[in-house]
Design a protein around this ligand. Sequence first.
Ligand code: SF4
Ligand code: SF4
Length: 101
Amino acid sequence: MMTDIKKQDVDIRWQVLEPGCVVYGGSTAVAFNTGEWRVDTPVIDMEKCKQCLLCVPACPDGSIPVVDQKRGDFDFEHCKGCGICVKACPFGAITMKAGEK
Ligand code: SF4
Ligand code: SF4
């Protein structure tokens, strides 16, 4: 049984926590909204974007969707705001702004 991380708070006891280093299955990113951790948010300027897609594999969270060979806006359900995509873009099309969105 997986612990529902949304129900964890300071009152939770260690006895109900899952043991560490256990992989329960694939695609757990679908179940967990890691975007809640974000403190800074990437912003794309579509005027500057050349659709080279270099930012897509650079994102460690797979948070840059591609549809019909074109990137879309960020998946803010899972983007953690690491800023790696900003460094990956050779055209300066992505900037970071403070705040979770
Ligand atoms: S800020 Fe990080 S997690 Fe978010 S889209 Fe860019 S590379 Fe991915
Ligand atoms: S790397 Fe920059 S120019 Fe290329 S698709 Fe991503 S945002 Fe657009």
